[in-house]
Design a protein around this ligand. Structure first.
Ligand SMILES: Cc1cc2nc3c(=O)[nH]c(=O)nc-3n(C[C@H](O)[C@H](O)[C@H](O)COP(=O)(O)OP(=O)(O)OC[C@H]3O[C@@H](n4cnc5c(N)ncnc54)[C@H](O)[C@@H]3O)c2cc1C
Length: 425
């Protein structure tokens, strides 16, 4: 095989590169100043520390991510309680509880007397089977049954996983995640997140591995066009530079959907990509000293919130980071005011477990709005996702927006990179 040209150094592109390096000559072209795409860390001047563009939560069920971490030698860079434990706080009811899933497949946790969702009824579990059998057009709300299991667990889970509201989110896509996680038992649902940062876990070790394998990773290198003739890509255009694609070479296009469309639309009339997006909002609060949390939070460093704006609070040393998914609904708000309101929620949920409590007014904060965080995981958008194979003999697609069967997640992105590499090999 000749050279494999990978356009895009996000998780899909890096995963394809890791898969191929050692077997083929690999060149990665990344438009940005650094690799990582939507999963990256950077130094924030206002807070005076490194932060992630967005908190990323993984489950043990994300086998593709763990395999990737194994290949780049970064399995130990994640942190988590090692058990399927999730502390929650209901802001409307002023109620804290801890969900402890049974380790095996039988959901003993859901029985009365188990560490279950307060107020839930066993019959509400039927929603999971409805999700598993959902048709293409069903939305999550069609499958849920009214009750506390839905309000306190399944709705927040759906919004986090799909980054789309339950009224619009695809039940089929959520069912695919439920099949791989909850239905496999608690051990598949152990939560993980990067101990230091996204780049330290997912990007820097991959770049070190690629350098060892003599792959060429070119940042600040935007592919501005493709020359396509006789059913295959003949050249990549990098502004004034033209990179010829030889007969043995291959191209993996691992860019966001809008970029893929602009590069391919004139060559491929039937090409469709997702064209509706949802935002994710993160607020990072920097405290004067590391937060000394007690109780179960000391174990999980993560708490789920119900009945407010925030969904997850991550405890990362002296930074408390909050995630708000499906955040298009908040985009017309003043972000500073929103950040202060969310601090009120954090204080109520986390404050009682912190030695010395949390300050009444919000500390230094950074609100990060990723407007196109993911495609909107609706049934209509699902139909627009293309397969990785294209009509062009030497070109395959990768990215969380291709038809992976999963929502836009690290697992989908990394899996798509692996599939693209395998298609080439
Ligand atoms: C705030 C936020 C929170 C999230 N939380 C989670 C979570 O908790 N769990 C989870 O699993 N997933 C989460 N995700 C989703 C996850 O980050 C994405 O699914 C994944 O990073 C997508 O990777 P990708 O490679 O498909 O796309 P991208 O990351 O978009 O990568 C595409 C790359 O292509 C580059 N590029 C673009 N145009 C060109 C060009 N013309 N030439 C060369 N390069 C180009 C871009 O700069 C980028 O680096 C979250 C995403 C966000 C934004």
């Amino acid at each position: 095989m000749g050279v494999v040209h990978i356009v895009g150094g996000g998780m899909a592109g890096l995963s394809a590169a890791v898969e191929l390096a050692g077997t083929a000559s690999v060149v990665v072209y990344e438009a940005g100043i650094a690799c990582g795409g939507r999963a990256r860390s950077y130094f924030d001047r206002k807070l005076g520390c490194r932060i992630d563009n967005g908190n990323h939560l993984l489950l043990s069920a994300n086998e593709g991510v763990f395999r990737y971490l194994g290949l780049i030698g970064a399995e130990k860079t994640l942190t988590g309680p090692g058990s399927p434990i999730f502390p929650y706080f209901d802001l409307e009811a002023d109620l804290a509880w801890t969900l402890r899933l049974s380790r095996g497949r039988v959901p003993f946790w859901a029985l009365p007397g188990g560490a279950r969702v307060p107020g839930m009824r066993l019959s509400e579990l039927g929603a999971l089977f409805a999700l598993l059998q959902a048709g293409d057009d069903a939305v999550v709300a069609d499958c849920l049954r009214p009750g506390q299991l839905a309000r306190r667990l399944l709705e927040p889970f759906a919004v986090s996983v799909l980054n789309t509201t339950c009224a619009e989110g695809s039940a089929r896509l959520l069912g695919n995640v439920v099949r791989r996680s909850l239905m496999q038992g608690g051990m598949a649902c152990r939560p993980w997140f990067p101990a230091i940062g996204l780049s330290e876990s997912l990007v820097d070790p991959a770049l070190a591995h690629l350098s060892l394998m003599r792959a060429d990773v070119r940042t600040r290198t935007r592919v501005s066009g493709l020359e396509v003739e006789h059913g295959s890509v003949q050249a990549l255009l990098l502004g004034d530079e033209r990179v010829a694609i030889g007969p043995e070479d291959r191209v993996i296009l691992a860019v966001p959907p809008g970029v893929a469309e602009s590069l391919l639309a004139s060559h491929w009339a039937d090409f469709t990509v997702p064209d509706a997006f949802e935002s994710i909002l993160n607020v990072h609060y920097r405290l004067p000293a590391p937060v000394d949390v007690r109780g179960v939070l000391a174990q999980t460093r993560l708490v789920g919130l119900v009945g407010g704006i925030a969904e997850w609070v991550f405890v990362k040393g002296d930074v408390l980071s909050v995630t708000v998914s499906a955040a298009n609904r908040y985009l017309d708000r003043d972000m500073d005011t929103l950040g202060h309101s969310i601090w009120g929620e954090v204080r109520r949920a986390v404050g009682p477990t912190v030695a010395g409590g949390l300050p009444e007014t919000a500390p230094a904060m950074r609100v990060v709005v990723e407007k196109r965080a993911t495609f909107a995981a609706t049934p209509a958008q699902e139909r627009r996702r293309p397969a990785l194979r294209t009509p062009f003999g030497n070109l395959v697609l990768a990215g969380d927006w291709t038809a992976t069967g999963l929502p836009a997640t690290l697992e989908g992105a990394i899996g798509s990179g692996v599939e693209a590499a395998r298609a080439i090999l």
